[in-house]
Design a protein around this ligand. Sequence first.
Ligand code: HEM
Ligand code: MTE
Length: 470
Amino acid sequence: TASLPQYAIEDVMQHNNTETGIWVTYGTDVYDITEFVDSHPGGDKILLAAGHSIEPFWDLYTVHHKGEVKEILDSMKIGQITLVDRMRLANRTKHDPYEKEPARAPVFRVNSLKPFDGEPLPHSLIKNFVTPNSHFYIRNHLPVPEINIDTYKLEIKIASKPAIVLSMEELRSKFKKHTVMATLQCAGNRRAEMSEHKNVSGSISGVASISNATWGGARLRDVLLYAGYTEDDAEVKHIHFEGLDNDIAKEPYIVSIPIEKAANPLGDVLLVYEMNGKELPRDHGYPLRVIVPGVIGARSVKWLGRILADSDETLSFWQTKDYKSSPPTPHTGCFDFRDAPPIYESPVNSVVCEPEPGEVLQPVDGEISVRGYAFSGGGNSILRVDVSADGGKTWHSADLHAQEQTPYRTWTWTLWEIKVPVLENSDKVEIMCKAIDSFHNVQPDSISGIWNLRGFLNNTWHRVNVSTTS
Ligand code: HEM
Ligand code: MTE
């Protein structure tokens, strides 16, 4: 409005530290965010915009493009950019960091377009034991990088030893190719249900942020040994993986895993260049990604550029502030993610994929068909999936379809199906499933005890409401 103070862009630029106050612009408005910086959910990255427009950053982290975030911003408004400067801004052209994304088959439920987060529809997810590449869920945090295979090099540095570099050609020729079938599941799978219980932050995944593929590539262990790692090297406790998907701050996607998993000859951690016998697609990490079987998807770094063996875990944003759990009732605003340990293995989980919520079913001989998946991390297999269609009064054990199960080394999901008796002509039939894994771990029955701020690892009994005719 006309009564708000007017500021030149030069004024805004001078407010770029805590002494002067921290100002930013959005559209034609000016905001004083000094007080907000410490409580920003995305950490001190916000300071990159100090004295500037936040728009290029919000175009990258499109999680900001929603009403609640705009409300926070509006509460900090102090004025407007002068008319002269507004005209200067209007003449600038905008650059979209997502303009070079790969083409995607129109088969996904899109949870976020920029960065892309999409999952297949539940019924198509379980059509195949091995998910076709075109249907494999995609979870990106940043734009997909464009990588020139001719100049691409992987750098590997073992603690204080000198770094070595390998081309893709060398990775293929110097190391035996191993293939491992492994299911990848995002820690945010089933976040939507958690958010219905109580709001959580993060993109709202349904039940299909999980898929299964055969991965081909070199064993991480072989590459570490080649680069100078020795098993008695007490200096090395964690392996860091750096992606080439840089953000504006030039801080790439980096996470780490403990050496006990990384160098375990039976841990099956691979540096992958083939997915289901085909070249790794761009969305899944071309030309090279890590696959850490049995561990949440976040550790399977795509577009791998560098491996570092170190005495500590990485201090990156993604390792220290994300992919962590919180108590179900944290003191609001006070929970410090740095105090929580990172999530690695995923807990036992199972989901009904068919029927989908809201379907009207016609029972045959008083029964309906129910199908889904079950999965447990850490190499655990699935012993049993129990299914109920009467709110849990009676349970029936489903038929399981799994690969040959190697104890402690089962990396793939189990698909299951069963015919269960139901009431006919009922407005509300609640179908539920729960699995038991080879450690006899069971799923919790409700969300309240495992709810957490970021909505990770929802593995509660899955419930689907349908109705029946006669
Ligand atoms: C996340 C607010 C500026 C980087 C968030 C979230 C809020 C927020 C509410 C949590 C969103 C959710 O997960 O639902 C704001 C406000 C800003 C601002 C009010 C106004 C100045 C920035 C800037 C940057 C940034 C300038 C980057 C340079 C991030 C990142 C996350 C985040 C990296 C985490 C994204 C993720 O978990 O995927 N911000 N933000 N923010 N913000 Fe900001
Ligand atoms: N690696 C990089 N470099 N950048 C990313 O954003 N996302 C992670 C992981 N690896 C990510 C990444 C997350 S959260 C998941 S769940 C998996 O990749 C998803 O792998 P997919 O897209 O091949 O299914």
